[in-house]
Design a binder for this molecule. Sequence first.
Ligand code: SF4
Length: 147
Amino acid sequence: MFEDFPQFVPQKICLSCQGCCRFLDEKSDWRPRESEGRVKTKKIRDVFYCQFLEEKSNKCSEYFNRPLQCVFYPFLVEKKEDKIVVGVHLACPFIQENLHMKDFDIYRKKLEGFFKEKNFIGFLKDNEYLVEDYSSYQAEIETLFSL
Ligand code: SF4
């Protein structure tokens, strides 16, 4: 239902980036949610890779079944005060270069329209585990709109 929405970051850029899908600790809050918990990690040198990230190709072995949070990343759904909001993760290098550029603002509007049209808020009520508490990470998130 939501998986077909196009990603903002071009695939070529994602595949050449060493940021996503890797975590600083084994139990990182940034690991995407599966219905029962979060993805597991495997330690490669000093970094914890998502269990599905293929080291050599930098590809996700579960790409077509990846968690919904991976589909929308670097856009994030979080609970803020009493609202559910969508923000963007400023740690993404592509976002740092494109934040509030014309294409970013066009995408943001499309994403907001898509979530409203598809009743994403209704979906989240049935899947509350997808709404994160990122209150400890506000310095690296810019809130874009509420649902
Ligand atoms: S499931 Fe795939 S896209 Fe999501 S963090 Fe793991 S490797 Fe990355």
